[in-house]
Design a protein around this ligand. Structure first.
Ligand code: ADP
Ligand code: MG
Length: 282
């Protein structure tokens, strides 16, 4: 049985006053189950960040609708901390997320604020730094780390809170390719090996292809929602809202259209390689 962790019911959100008419979300219905690994795609301004902020009660629906996290209505002010404990956030800019001058103190910050016992904090910090591959940097100064390392420390901070779900809002957007790779493999490990519920907002189609489910937003609404294969098979629809498909998907689709016997719904380099060698041998 799938258990729902986050449930959005007819969620609408408007910035500013009603008369400003800045509707960022329009009647969103969405369920995210425990253990799911979900990507959210969409061009700039499509409402991804606004939606993500609803997942841990940073924002709540302004007009209609409600959001339930583990069954708790995010508008219930007395239970906001329970919601935030369940869903942790990592943002785009690694520098804005550092609060301490030593890595391990930075990771300990949130659980300390939750009133967790010191011995338990020690254990959680070590475990979290281990999980993101940053144990050897625990005594280092965070501001001297690379962008990818800083983002992994930010992820460790969420892990130390023992959240069920981690929401990452374009965590690799400001990183170089090496930093991106470090952060993405850390995220994949959390989803695949630790069973965390992971919501990854990204601009990179290749990152979305690694997830179990891809949600595409456009103009404050959900345009597509399916497996990466289902979503990336809709090339024309994605193009019409300013998005692309992974480079291998584009390549294989073009080869397929030109008459080669190559499956058009390839989303990874490994699949592409298999298809191409099959055709070459055939
Ligand atoms: P995305 O994350 O997909 O780029 P956002 O959720 O940030 O999209 O923005 C959705 C819409 O809401 C956009 O039209 C954006 O201009 C608007 N918006 C975002 N933040 C604010 C804000 N603080 N005040 C007013 N409008 C905002
Ligand atoms: Mg955004």
């Amino acid at each position: 049985m799938q258990e729902t962790l986050i449930r959005c019911e007819n969620v609408s959100f408007q910035y500013g006053e009603e008369r400003d008419n800045l509707t960022a979300l329009k009647n969103i219905d969405l369920e995210i189950n425990r253990g799911e690994f979900v990507a959210i795609l969409g061009h700039n301004g499509s409402g991804k960040s606004t939606l993500a902020k609803h997942f841990n009660a940073v924002l709540t629906p302004t007009n209609e609708g409600r959001v339930l996290v583990g069954g708790i209505d995010t508008k219930d002010e007395e239970r906001v901390f329970e919601v935030r404990r369940q869903v942790g956030m990592v943002f785009q800019n690694p520098d804005n997320q550092i609060v301490a001058t030593v890595v391990e103190e930075d990771v300990a910050f949130a659980p300390e604020n939750l009133g967790v016992e010191p011995s338990e904090i020690r254990r959680r910090v070590d475990e979290a730094l281990e999980a993101v591959g940053m144990s050897e940097y625990k005594k280092h100064a965070p501001h001297k780390l690379s962008g990818g390392q800083k983002q992994r420390v930010a992820i460790a901070g969420v892990l130390a809170m023992q959240s069920d779900c981690i929401v990452l809002d374009e965590p690799t957007a400001m990183l170089d390719p090496q930093g991106r790779e470090q952060v993405i493999s850390t995220i994949v490990k959390l989803a695949r090996e630790q069973g965390k519920t992971v919501v990854l907002i990204t601009h990179f189609m290749e990152e979305a292809a690694l997830c179990d489910r891809v949600i595409v937003m456009n103009d404050g609404q959900i345009l597509l929602d399916g497996t990466p294969k289902e979503v990336f098979s809709k090339r024309a629809e994605l193009k019409s809202v300013g998005l692309s498909v992974p480079a291998v998907t584009e390549l294989c689709a073009i080869l397929n259209e030109s008459g080669l016997d190559i499956s058009p719904d390839i989303i990874s380099e490994e699949e592409c390689l298999k298809e191409v060698s099959r055709v070459l041998k055939g």
